[in-house]
Design a protein around this ligand. Structure first.
Ligand code: NHR
Ligand code: GAR
Length: 226
């Protein structure tokens, strides 16, 4: 029992680009704040900057280039085989930009999470910050959720809120939301590693065994869930 508690949770991180969320996870592990081991970072783009971040941290990297696969099913089969080579207990989507097929999603049911830069269920999909601005919203944020067949529609674990300011453009808004992403993603991954967050058989999120009626937030003062 004691040994199991001290064993870091093996994870695989999927990226498509810059990898700043990946970096926040790497940094939290290095700081001793996150009891996980990144077994591999897998990108669908060979030029993703996050691959260099992984290499710098001596983490294994793989590329499964979606352009080499004529169909989504074939890409996802190759991706799933690559992930399973590392036997992760959790798969973390961090700026991963390809919609995943039901077969892959079902294979990792309850073991795959994503961070999306809006307050879901509002503004799923791409180009979120510009759409938030065009809609005249005063508030936006980020949502961490379990991945299901419905893109950006899986049950939410935690949301971080960000005010939209006068004069914001998509870039300034994205930067402030990203700061919050870097703060909250390592915390939720830690909860998962500690067994505090689970997807139950009914498809509901449980936190410390209780069903979540709404997504958690993090108190900005104490960092405690609320
Ligand atoms: N897959 C499933 N099944 N469910 C989710 O919740 C998923 C998912 C795959 C990715 C991330 C998501 C986001 O946070 C994510 C969640 C890409 C697209 C998209 O339209 C939409 C949502 C997300 C990621 N991608 C285009 C596609 O045709 C390609 C875009 C590109 O390659 O640049 O796959 O926003
Ligand atoms: C993040 O803001 C993430 O929420 C978003 O892309 C950015 C990736 O940044 N994800 C999506 O839009 C998924 N479709 P990063 O590569 O620096 O972590």
């Amino acid at each position: 029992m004691a040994a199991a508690v001290n064993t870091p949770l093996p994870i695989v991180v999927l990226i498509s680009g810059r990898g700043s969320n990946l970096q926040s996870i790497i940094d939290a592990i290095a700081a001793g704040e996150l009891p996980v081991e990144i077994r591999a970072v897998i990108s669908n783009r060979p030029d993703a900057q996050g691959l260099q971040r992984a290499a710098r941290a001596s983490i294994a990297t793989r590329v499964v280039d979606h352009r080499q696969y004529p169909e989504r099913m074939a890409f996802d089969a190759a991706l799933q085989a690559a992930i399973d080579d590392y036997r992760p207990q959790l798969v973390v989507l961090a700026g991963f930009m390809r919609i995943l097929t039901p077969a892959l999603v079902q294979h990792y049911r309850g073991r795959m999470i994503n961070i999306h830069p809006s307050l879901l269920p509002e503004f799923p999909g791409l180009n979120t910050h510009q759409r938030v601005l065009d809609a005249g919203r005063k508030e936006t944020g980020a949502t961490i959720h379990f991945v299901t067949e419905e893109t950006d529609g899986g049950p939410a674990i935690l949301q971080a809120r960000v005010a939209v300011l006068t004069g914001d453009d998509a870039d300034s808004l994205a930067a402030r939301v990203l700061e919050q992403e870097h703060r909250v993603y390592p915390v939720v991954i830690r909860w998962y590693a500690e067994g505090r967050v689970q997807l139950d058989p009914q498809g509901q999120v449980r936190f410390d065994h209780d069903v979540l009626e709404r997504p958690l937030r993090l108190s900005s003062e104490s960092g405690a869930p609320c």
